[in-house]
Design a protein around this ligand. Structure first.
Ligand SMILES: [Zn+2]
Length: 214
């Protein structure tokens, strides 16, 4: 689907005038309106590395359960590994993401975009290894075979629109599933994720940004 990218010429003033509540300050790498929940599982991106990929994930903890505190506890190294039999399988894991979008559409930010979040693990995108180095991670609370919530698509579209506006290296053409970059090892966000819906929404979001900066 063709996405008009000329909106990149928009100034920050124009960006601030859009109705997107998830506007991003490119310098701080923080999303306005996202709840901040800093993760210790972050570090510097390799020197000189620009991030030009978004990786979409799905996660629920324990698997199939939504709405609890466990995902945020996992990303902040506060999960009680003995709290559920499944947690024993991931005991000691130190992971994070830049953004988590909960079922109700709430966006939670764990890592500023300029820093490296630990979400992709062993991975490869178009021949380039170690995708954490050059990607933004977005986790959707969900599971592979259950439809994601309408409110999640709304938030995801707005956050992606804000990301693409804030960082010129990102584009609608460089959004990958975790399953794309870690095939055989990861399956998320799964067949339930509606890519056409995402691209339709993103196309609309970006064309609005360009044509109607009121
Ligand atoms: Zn994943």
């Amino acid at each position: 689907m063709a996405i008009n990218r000329d909106y990149r010429c928009s100034t920050q003033v124009e960006q601030a005038l859009t109705n997107n509540p998830y506007t991003i300050d490119p310098d701080s790498g923080l999303v306005e309106s996202a709840r901040q929940c800093s993760s210790p599982n972050q570090d510097q991106r390799p020197a000189g590395t620009k991030f030009d990929l978004v990786v979409l994930h799905g996660i629920s903890l324990p698997p199939g359960k939504f709405g609890g505190p466990e995902i945020e506890q996992l990303f902040t190294n506060k999960l009680d590994w003995d709290g559920h039999p499944y947690f024993n399988e991931i005991r000691g894991t130190e992971v994070s993401t830049h953004i988590l979008i909960r079922r109700d559409g709430e966006a939670v930010q764990f890592v500023p975009f300029g820093k490296r979040a630990w979400h992709a693990g062993e991975s490869c995108f178009r021949g380039q290894l170690a995708c954490n180095d050059f990607s933004v991670g977005i986790e959707l609370e969900g599971q592979d075979d259950l439809a994601y919530d309408d409110r999640q698509y709304q938030t995801l579209t707005a956050v992606l629109g804000a990301l693409i506006t804030a960082y010129p290296e990102l584009s609608a053409r460089r959004i990958a599933a975790h399953s794309d970059i870690s095939p055989g090892r990861k399956t998320d966000p799964g067949p339930a994720f509606d890519w056409l819906r995402l691209y339709d929404g993103l196309s609309h979001e970006l064309s609005q940004d360009k044509s109607d900066p009121q």
